[in-house]
Design a protein around this ligand. Structure first.
Ligand code: SF4
Length: 612
């Protein structure tokens, strides 16, 4: 098939052996690309009991069939491995230029095993692959690493995906950064690179990615590019931070570590204010006319010189969730996360957990090593983010383990304030006032993340009663997960939702690129297979129904403010909704895929291992 290159690199860092392997044809049919390939590789290569930070963990990077072609918003890649933060299947997806460059170098993906004896980086120069010494890059930020590798290789157009000091020092929510402000975030894929002594991957590709029907593809993509700039595409014009005020009005702006649902300083950190006062440039990824990347620059004051790309989730996690109403401080904190190489959501929510512990007098200044961690103290927040990224001091080192591990280490009931599921800090869609979203966060195979099912959108659009649950939500969540599994395997940017409202359009593009005819319904079968395989990976590593629950606060404390005042997640409704989800998926009451389902999805090896 065109679109796919048909080969990938298999690199063992322990033995320094590099092999070029052929992509199995049935993989394309059954797993599509992107996360589908990554989860398949993880299932086949990471047996039960493997420590996520050991050389036995395998990390793979994959593109989709559209990367490097003319298809809009398709220049993406993903990294997949066992997550050091959650111990579940872990993955993150990034944009920029790296994915398309890898395709142009002649590879659909890279599988990396083992551990290098010292810090290295991989240079993929079309057919030439080198594992190079990276001792000169030790401790360098992601931005410095990007510059230094380009300087060393004397080519500014080389694409670099790297980790910062946080990844090298094994902060469990470390990112992989490319194009300086694009990240494989959330599940600690940068930590896995750090555990393998792999500082970066640099790619130069000079080949073409062939497509099946270029002439028709050109005609079909033209209106799609136009649609990227259409009236309903606010991501480019206003940017995602306009959601701050939308959430505030609905009583969904989680504040002070989810203790409140409205923020008294919301206007000060709103997308509208940010756009007027801080955004100095807007940039785009390869083959994208949306251009959602809004870059803030701080021009005066104590954070003068700080600049970073601040999206809604980062703004919220390091802003309202920490009680911070200072855009300059938030811009600085995001810059620190980006350069040191950490996930902004997990960083923000681990800090907000520590702030709640401090305000409840579980922590004192001696323990925080001099930091006055009251909500709203932006100087303390910025300093703590810096210390976490560098693993400086005992307190910040503990926080670098993530909120769940830090709470277990602290004890004294602080696990109640850790706003996480399966160890992954949750996103900006609060459980009690967006309950369909909550179910999607809980069943998510990578921990609490909104981008694996998009189920929060039912709450946002108010097409369901978002303050309660019923037995219809299971279907909504499962359908969303299957849908997003295909999107993340193709891999298409989720901000294209409004461009590809008719999903058959994607099937048509797939035909024009690959030459293979397929319907969206058939794609969804692959999506279901991918999600079931991810679930099977988690079951293999000890997860089950008991892990599909929300933090205690959701069931025990009623919302105290805003339009959702009084809301709580009822345990009886939760159990019924979870049952309905398992039933729709044809899983047992314990959340294990049934024999019938696994056979239907041709996952025979999974069925055998599970003994069902
Ligand atoms: S919408 Fe934003 S993240 Fe998505 S491809 Fe375009 S610029 Fe990149």
């Amino acid at each position: 098939m065109k679109g796919y290159i048909g080969s990938y690199l298999d690199i063992d860092l322990t033995t320094r052996k590099v092999s070029k392997k052929s992509l199995a044809g049935e993989w394309c049919n059954q797993y599509v690309g992107g996360i589908g390939f990554g989860i398949k590789v993880a299932w086949d290569n990471i047996p039960k009991g493997v420590d996520s930070l050991s050389p036995q963990n395998v990390i793979s990077f994959w593109t989709g069939p559209f990367a490097g072609t003319l298809v809009p918003v398709s220049s993406k890649y993903c990294a997949v491995a066992k997550s050091p933060l959650t111990d579940t299947i872990g993955y993150g997806i990034s944009s920029g230029y790296f994915g398309a460059e890898l395709k142009r170098a002649g590879y659909d993906g890279i599988v990396i095993r083992g551990k290098a004896s010292k810090l290295v980086y991989i240079f993929i120069d079309d057919d030439l692959i080198a594992i190079k010494d990276a001792s000169q890059l030790a401790g360098k930020t992601t931005w410095q690493t990007d510059d230094l590798i380009k300087e060393e290789l004397q080519d500014d157009s080389i694409r670099v995906a790297s980790i910062g000091p946080a990844g090298e020092r094994l902060v469990r929510f470390s990112c992989i950064t490319n194009a300086k402000n694009r990240h494989v975030g959330r599940n600690g894929m940068g930590t896995v690179m750090g555990s393998k002594n792999l500082k970066a991957i640099a790619v130069r590709g000079t080949k073409d990615v062939e497509v099946h029907d270029l002439r028709t593809l050109l005609k079909v993509v033209k209106p799609l590019y136009k649609a990227c700039r259409g009236p309903n595409m606010y991501y480019g014009r206003e940017g995602t931070p306009i959601k701050i005020m939308q959430h505030q009005k609905k009583g969904c702006l989680a504040t002070n570590n989810f203790q409140k649902m409205t923020f008294s300083q919301a206007e000060k950190v709103s997308g509208e204010t940010m756009l007027k006062t801080k955004v100095k440039k807007i940039i785009a990824c390869e083959m994208c006319a949306v251009a959602c990347d809004h870059v803030n620059v701080v021009e005066e004051g104590q954070y003068k010189g700080a600049h970073s790309s601040v999206d809604f989730e980062s703004l919220w996690a390091l802003g309202p969730c920490c009680g911070i109403g200072n855009l300059d401080a938030i811009t600085k904190a995001v810059e620190l996360c980006d350069t040191l190489g950490m996930d902004t959501i997990s960083t923000g929510l681990t800090v907000s957990w520590a702030m709640e512990c401090y305000e409840k007098r579980i922590f004192d200044k001696e323990l925080t090593e001099g930091l006055d961690l009251n909500f709203g103290n932006h100087e303390a927040m910025v300093e703590l983010v810096r210390r976490i990224g560098l693993r400086e001091g005992r307190f910040a080192t503990m926080l670098g383990e993530g909120s769940k591990r830090a709470a277990i280490q602290t004890g004294r009931g602080t696990i109640k304030f850790a706003m996480q599921i399966k160890g992954l800090e949750t996103s900006a869609y609060p459980f009690r006032t967006m309950q369909t979203g909550a179910l999607g966060h809980a069943t998510c195979i990578t921990g609490a993340f909104y981008q694996r099912s998009g189920s929060y959108q039912y709450d946002e659009k108010e097409v369901v009663d978002r303050l309660s649950l019923d037995e219809k939500r299971g279907k909504l969540v499962a359908d969303g997960e299957n849908d997003y599994s295909v999107i993340d395997s193709l891999i298409i940017c989720k901000f294209s939702r409004k461009i590809y409202e008719n999903k058959e359009e994607l099937a048509k593009l797939y035909y024009l690129v690959t030459g293979k005819k397929i319907t969206w319904k058939e794609f969804l079968k692959a999506g279901e297979r991918i999600y079931n395989l991810g679930r099977a990976f988690n079951i293999r590593h000890g997860f089950g129904r008991e892990d599909d629950y929300l933090p205690a606060r959701a069931y025990e404390e009623r919302v105290k403010d805003g339009p959702g005042k009084g809301a709580i997640v009822r345990m009886d409704q939760w159990n019924a909704a979870l049952d309905s989800y398992y039933e729709y998926r044809e899983w047992s009451k314990d959340g294990i895929p049934t024999r019938k389902k696994l056979k239907q999805l041709s996952l025979e090896d999974v069925r055998e291992e599970m003994g069902v």
